[in-house]
Design a protein around this ligand. Sequence first.
Ligand code: FEO
Length: 403
Amino acid sequence: MYKLTNITDSIYYVGVNDRQKVLFENLWPLPQGVSYNSYLIMDDKTALIDAVDIGYSEQFLAKIEAQLNGKALDYLIVNHMEPDHAGSIRLLRQFYPNVQIVGNSKTFGMLDGYHGITEGLHEVKEGDVLDLGSHKLNFYMAPMVHWPEVMVTYDSTDKVLFSADAFGTFGTLDGAVLDCDMNVDKYWEEMIRYYANIVGKYGVPVQKALKKLAALDIQTICSTHGPVWREHIQKAIGIYDTLSRYEAEDGVVIIYGSMYGNTEQMAEVIASELAANGVKNILMHNVSKSHASYIIKDVFKYKGLIIGSPTYSNALFPEIESILSKIQIRDIKNRYLGYFGSFTWAGNAVKRLTEFATASKWEVVGSPVEQKQGMKSESYVACLALGKAMAERLNNKSENIAE
Ligand code: FEO
């Protein structure tokens, strides 16, 4: 009953859309949903590449059955064990008891740990080839893109790369599966948000994987999330390459917390001076309102970052402390940082932000501004100076004035 989308003559899309989950990994909002992609290769031997979240297993199994039409499922290739893909493996094995599960030694440790599966395994190592008849599947290890067991599978016959999470994005597949059959505009920002939040810590392993795959003739990329890339391969690879190098666009993200608007007023002055000095990309996030995933996306995207916080219970505003820890664990490199704070009777926010600045190893731009209670001409002028210093640093007109 299922009419499946062909990726090539003998590769079929059997993935599913999740339009119900509110938070991916119970952390990251999914306003446009997410897809769990899986692909079925029909050849002398049949092979399923990755599986889907257990919540969608009924629909998933029905699609596979419709295409197999009585043929056996010979192999399940497991590129990644995170449960958004691997959650349905135990059920698949119950449904297809003879399927050989293909993975590496790390895959199999997790397969035992999550599903208690220790038999019917086919272990592959770097450079191994699995012959399906016409299709030859080549395996490349890609550890820490996003978990340690991750590998990618390259079909050298159809020149298709099954890339696991790499080149994935949030957003469901609304009808079409291939990028050339849809308007892909809505995916690019979500690709950055997906990368920054899910894979963002692992820039160095992503770079290693990109270098390893550079020699392959890749005509189609089948990721585990979002569109199948064919027309826009170079753009998708380019985004992952740029983000994993921690390269950024000109622009400034201002993240601030504010209880009664005094710290916010400082942020407004800084922003207006950035604009007055030619900065066109200014992204302001009230940390109590913007979800952290959008803030982290913008920190990956833009070169400048200015953080402001009131002193709260002799520490940072709690939501600022929280976003600092989310930024810190992602080990983002090479940003320009400015910061400011306010207090009513005893200031501690700027002191804590100085500790963050030191730990970040980023270039501190301008002089930190600390304001007591409401805005006065002294703090107003200091905020203007901070905004101007950041704008000039971005425009490369001055050396680091904090040095
Ligand atoms: Fe889509 Fe790392 O799982």
